[in-house]
Design a protein around this ligand. Structure first.
Ligand code: G
Ligand code: G
Ligand code: MN
Ligand code: NA
Length: 254
């Protein structure tokens, strides 16, 4: 496949970008952190979204290289900001983790290396893992994630509510944050809030921070705040942006 050989050269050719999408505090709309999202600028095909190249990367194993790249770029940028910004709590950034990276690769080693090399404030670098990923092998995932948590990395449960597992079960994993899938925000707009309310109540009881994904309007943001979500991410607050734009947004030194 053409795309696969191109993909393998994307990193050395500098075509892969790590974009940052803001996550804001709903109480005052300040920027709390960012989610790192990969974008591929192909020389001939133009901008290719992760939904297109991630399946190819998963298949070929190159997803591990991409994951390490995203983790390193994110940690180095965040650490640079932290040297010039005095904000408490520090701005965080979260990086998506693929199945192969957690289950068939030494993710613990990668995280340890990146934390040591970058010098980011512990807890401000987070990993995002989906429910379906951790449920592929719950025992192994729980063991690995506990060791990664012990290194000082934060852990977010991504796309919550789309799978079949219960928060009470996931309590066994050292997550500090859950990200509620954007499908619940869409439902909320048509008056369906029951599931969202129960997720928020249980997350509060388990001491988990809540990020609602896919907040596209001021009305979404208001409703999510009223339901008790702590943070929101979505087009209402900003699309994935370049690191330079993100740096300017938080007022870090150039
Ligand atoms: O931005 P977009 O909606 O196209 O992203 C689609 C998917 O790609 C999202 O589910 C996101 O989790 C995934 N994705 C984006 N960046 C990364 C990355 O660095 N690593 C992994 N594993 N997935 C990513
Ligand atoms: O990792 P995850 O699947 O959560 O990736 C988030 C994806 O959702 C990103 O690819 C991002 O571009 C997309 N996204 C972010 N904010 C919004 C939004 O407000 N609306 C929609 N439809 N998609 C969004
Ligand atoms: Mn994510
Ligand atoms: Na998500």
């Amino acid at each position: 496949l053409m795309l696969e050989s191109d993909l393998r050269r994307s990193l050395e050719r500098n075509e892969m970008k790590v974009l940052f999408q803001p996550v804001v505090r709903l109480e005052d709309r300040t920027v709390a952190g960012f989610e790192a999202i990969l974008r591929w600028d192909h020389p001939k095909l133009g901008r290719i979204p992760p939904a297109t190249f991630m399946p190819v990367a998963e298949e070929s194993g190159f997803v591990v290289n991409l994951g390490i790249f995203a983790l390193e770029r994110t940690a180095l940028e965040l650490a640079a900001w932290q040297r010039s910004l005095e904000v408490d709590p520090p701005i965080f950034a979260s990086v998506n983790v693929s199945s192969r990276q957690l289950l068939r690769h030494d993710l613990l080693h990668d995280v340890k290396t990146v934390l040591a090399r970058s010098g980011v404030i512990p807890g401000s670098l987070k990993l995002e893992l989906t429910e379906s990923l951790v449920m592929e092998n719950p025992e192994y995932a729980a063991q690995m994630l506990t060791r990664i948590h012990d290194l000082g990395a934060g852990l977010s449960l991504d796309g919550f509510g789309t799978g079949y597992s219960a928060l009470s079960y996931l309590q066994r994993f050292p997550f500090d944050t859950i990200k509620i899938d954007q499908s619940f925000v869409r439902q909320m707009a048509s008056g369906k809030t029951a599931i969202l309310r129960s997720i928020v109540r249980m997350a509060n009881e388990l001491n988990l921070a809540i990020v609602a994904e896919g907040a596209e309007s001021e009305a979404d943001a208001q409703a999510l705040a009223e339901l008790g979500c702590d943070y929101a991410q979505g087009y209402a607050f900003g699309e994935p942006m370049t690191m330079l734009q993100a740096r300017q947004l938080v007022g870090a030194a150039p």
